[in-house]
Design a protein around this ligand. Structure first.
Ligand code: ACO
Length: 402
């Protein structure tokens, strides 16, 4: 009658699984991945269908509440988000206090963490109404925070949110608009960024999501849990890969577009040389998100009238890698980060802001996973065991005798 965990404890055994390659940390009804077949579904809906047909806020609702919203539910959700886009005026001091050259992900995580200082009326993880309020606050305020981080880094004035605009258009305006000029953006570009957010919205128990869950399992509030997720996403093996991919492409381009010699260096495992944007713990097939992004990249560059040699370079890299035994044997395919950077760059985002865009997209997934965990009676504080390999017992030696 004992569960596996209890049984292992009972018999004095622990399992050792570095990197959790084979250990599930939870049950979940949110996202399904079949890594061998290259399948990804949110709440049962295939990712390419959602990318094509659903809006980001609709997908956020789906992830958090489990069902697609009716029109009335979506309108209500959208309205609610719009009513929370402003930041407390004191937040401005926050942005101006950071060094100009601060990485926007560092600013984002600090600012998200600071939300629990400003919004103390929604910190109780067991009060459903407060949790809903903090979820809406996060979704509403993250674009404002991201845009303000960018504006302060380039020394431009901050723009208040314009709640007559859609979620993504408002974000783009706060990021690229100026108080002196009306802001205009092609609706198809807005749609592409919205779709990129949909593609990033959840990915089951990845590093940042597991972090959000682990922090939340101590009953830390939602803001604190999410800021920990932002920090986990910062790393180049996770969300930071989109920045690393663009830097890699630029470097290869500067060195004369010699794709073959770069791939050779990757295969020789030269220290620090990896094909960034390739490989995935779960996908041993083409990442279905990468396929959608690849198609959107050409379209975005055409719409923006910004052809980019880095796109052709990325496509050649993919071609060379996918016909090379090293990558074939290891089942290394492009992941979601391989092409996104080229689009973000064409849209005008600086390279170090790319991971912030990933965070904006991933936010609803983090919230949904945190809420699923908090409402599951089987949840316990996350507390991995270890296999001790240090010294056995020994006696203290006085400092004079060492
Ligand atoms: N370039 C070259 N070789 C690679 C790459 C890569 N991008 N990825 C994996 N490999 C090789 C490894 O060296 C290893 O080879 P070996 O068996 O000869 O030692 C083999 O493939 C298996 O790789 P692991 O590192 O064991 O796979 P793991 O599941 O631990 O890592 C990860 C997955 C971190 C994504 C890895 O593929 C990687 O570092 N990729 C580049 C960074 C990246 O694009 N990250 C974004 C991931 S997606 C996301 O967060 C949205």
């Amino acid at each position: 009658g004992l569960g596996v965990g209890a049984l292992l404890k009972e018999t004095g055994h622990v399992t050792l699984d570095p990197g959790f390659t084979n250990t599930a940390s939870t049950t979940s009804a949110i996202t399904y991945i079949d890594g061998d077949a290259g399948i990804l579904r949110y709440r049962g809906y295939p990712i390419d269908e959602l990318a094509e047909k659903a809006s980001f806020l609709e997908v956020a609702y789906l992830l958090i509440h489990g069902e697609l919203p009716s029109q009335a539910e979506l309108d209500n959700f959208t309205d609610n988000v719009k009513r929370h886009t402003l930041l407390d005026e004191k937040f401005r001091a926050f942005f101006s206090a950071f060094p100009r050259r601060a990485h926007p992900m560092a600013v984002l995580s600090s600012a998200v963490s600071a939300l629990s200082t400003f919004y103390q009326d929604s910190l109780d993880p067991f009060d459903a109404e407060q949790v809903e309020r903090s979820s809406i606050r996060l979704i509403a305020k993250l674009p404002t925070i991201a845009a303000y981080a960018y504006k302060t880094s380039i020394g431009q004035p901050l723009l208040y949110p314009d709640n007559s605009l859609g979620y993504v258009e408002n974000f783009l305006r706060m990021t690229f608009g100026l108080p002196t000029e009306p802001y205009e953006v092609d609706p198809e570009i807005v749609r592409i960024l919205d779709m990129l957010f949909v593609l990033h919205a959840d990915h089951e128990q990845n590093c940042s999501t597991s972090t959000v869950r682990l922090v939340g399992s101590s009953h830390a509030n939602l803001f604190s849990s999410i800021s920990a997720g932002v920090d986990a996403l910062f790393g180049p093996l996770h969300g930071g890969a989109n920045q690393a991919v663009l830097e890699m492409l630029e470097q290869i381009h500067t060195n004369g577009d010699d794709v073959e010699s770069f791939v050779r260096r990757v295969k020789n495992k030269e220290p620090g040389v990896k094909l960034m944007g390739f490989g995935h713990r779960v996908y041993k097939n083409y990442d279905p998100r990468a396929a959608v992004v690849k198609k959107a990249t050409r379209k975005a560059l055409d719409l923006l009238g910004k052809p980019d040699p880095l796109l052709d370079l990325a496509m050649r890299l993919e071609e060379v890698a996918l016909s090379d035994d090293y990558f074939v044997e290891r089942k290394l395919y492009p992941n979601v980060d391989f092409y996104t950077g080229v689009i973000y760059k064409a849209m005008g985002f600086p390279t170090n802001a790319f991971t912030v865009l990933f965070a904006l997209g991933r936010l609803p997934g983090w919230i949904a996973q945190w809420r699923e965990m908090m409402s599951d009676p089987a949840t316990k504080i996350g507390r991995p065991r270890q296999v001790y390999v240090g010294e056995t017992e020994r006696s203290y030696v006085d400092i004079k005798s060492r």
